[in-house]
Design a protein around this ligand. Structure first.
Ligand code: ATP
Ligand code: MG
Length: 451
């Protein structure tokens, strides 16, 4: 992992440099992007559970205040000074990760010249490289050797890689090639000069509603494109959404085969800050064999929840406990956590995150329609459609077989008035009058019967 640059003016960095990938205030969506590399060390510290996102955010603010005074310090030093991490922890974070030992091998991938490492996730490392034949910059994701030795995984990797290469959408990181060299399998893709939604969340905690809508509409359209072509992502999360300097959102890792079954992959996230278990759909946890587009809609909803509320939908000490909550516990409506967001967008999130997939939006096209309506100040359509339709649909689809009982949050039982104003419940006096009337009618019927 590259160490962050010190004393570097982001406004002066060239386009080829990832450290200058996001110029402050330069995004069309209005998102103050900041420098991805500038916050990299904060992200690493959060990933390693050495610091909380809040501690990192406080240090970033401190650094910004110092910059205003004309003093420039790198974030790592500020974190040490603030007692968030120790000097030796900083040193270890700046060391290249273990699998860098394979760098000499990948340097020789025919047709490419590796330039630098730009990131690493739980499964692989990502490098910036030049594709020599076309003289263009690309990103190469190299899988660790242990995965390359798993025949079933490799087969899926190639199959899905080919499917991903058939996608062509401005909001999907373009897949270019898959291959193998020296025992390592790799995935070549479009290089995105920007930062991930996760990076922004580590830095700024949450998004404003209009910014979140802008990103979500783009990614929902990307998923619609993929779903229409039979490809399910299965791992939609803030780390897999990248933002370019001009505010274009790009869905990454489309078609990258998951390492194992979904629960095993989620559990492998143990110890990471905002990992897969935070966004996984209930049916992936249950291990249903026919995971479909609606699983992506759930994960996209969980991602939107995090962007708006500034926290993940369910928190717990272990991945298993988090997944249990996805199965059993209703979400706290995001507008109860962040009162600055509209009721409309909160309803869209709730609909996307319905436990029973038959009660979710059925397609990303419908998600896009409602997100656009909320953006235009109109009430969402589908999110407010009559619950009885869902019940009928469930009965028709035999959905109860897969749906278990769960405890909804009281505020999730919204009573819709058809307006965009906050929701109200049926007044108590009206219920009392209705009750008295009911008793009177029953008594009248009894009187007539015994007459
Ligand atoms: N196409 C790309 N262009 C530029 N940078 C990229 C690209 N794809 C990934 N990256 C960078 O590499 C990092 C690692 O990506 P990777 O997909 O391996 O893991 P992740 O999605 O961050 O996390 P996880 O392994 O937990 O899913 C990303 O966070 C991002 O910063
Ligand atoms: Mg990724």
């Amino acid at each position: 992992m590259a160490a962050e640059p010190v004393h570097k003016d982001p406004s002066k960095s060239g386009s080829a440099s990832r450290s200058g990938s996001a110029t402050k205030g330069g995004s069309a969506s209005g998102i103050a992007a900041g420098s991805a590399a500038g916050t990299q060390i904060g992200r690493l510290a959060v990933d390693a559970r050495l610091a909380t996102p809040e501690e990192v955010q406080a240090c970033i603010k401190k650094r910004e205040a110092l910059i205003k005074e004309g003093k420039r310090y790198d974030l790592g030093k500020i974190m040490v000074k603030a007692g968030v991490i120790t000097a030796s922890q900083l040193k270890r974070l700046l060391l290249p990760s273990g699998d860098d030992t394979m760098t000499p091998n990948i340097q020789q991938i025919p047709g490419f010249r590796i330039m630098q490492k730009v990131g690493a996730g739980a499964m692989a490392s990502v490098y910036k490289a030049k594709q020599l034949s076309l003289d263009r910059i690309v990103a190469i994701k190299i899988l660790p050797k242990r995965l390359s030795e798993d025949a079933e995984f490799v087969e899926r990797f190639y199959k899905e890689g080919q499917a991903a290469a058939r996608m062509n959408h401005n909001n999907i990181v373009q897949a270019i090639d898959v291959g193998e060299y020296g025992g390592y399998h790799y995935f070549v893709m479009e290089f995105v000069d920007g930062q991930t939604v996760y990076d922004h969340l580590v830095k700024a905690k949450q998004y404003k509603e209009d910014e979140a809508l802008d990103v979500m509409i783009q990614i929902a359209k990307a998923l619609e494109h993929a779903h229409d072509r039979g490809l399910i992502h299965r791992d939609v999360k803030p780390k897999n959404i990248m933002l370019t300097k001009d505010g274009t959102a790009k869905l990454a890792d489309m078609g990258l085969a998951r390492q194992a079954d979904d629960v095993a992959a989620a559990e492998a996230e143990k110890g990471r800050a905002f990992g897969t278990p935070y966004y996984i759909s209930p049916e992936q946890i249950r291990g249903v064999t026919d995971v479909d587009a609606r699983a992506d809609i759930y994960s996209l909803g969980a991602t939107l929840y995090h962007m708006l509320a500034g926290k993940v939908p369910f928190e717990a000490a272990t991945p298993t406990a988090i997944m249990q909550k996805h199965l059993k516990q209703g979400i706290t409506p995001p507008d109860h956590i962040n009162p600055n967001i509209s009721t409309g967008i909160a309803e869209v999130v709730e609909r996307m995150m319905a436990k029973n997939r038959n009660q979710r939006y059925q397609t990303c096209k419908d998600v896009v329609t409602d997100l656009q309506r909320v953006r235009d100040g109109k009430p969402p359509l589908e999110a407010r459609s009559n619950l009885r339709d869902d019940v009928l649909q469930n009965l028709a689809d035999g959905a109860h077989a897969e749906e278990e009982y769960y405890e909804p949050h009281p505020a999730q039982m919204r009573h819709h008035t058809g307006s965009t104003t906050p929701t109200t419940s049926t007044p108590g006096w009206l219920l009392a009058v209705a009750g008295v009337e009911f008793v009177a009618i029953v008594m009248l019927v009894l009187l007539l019967a015994f007459k």
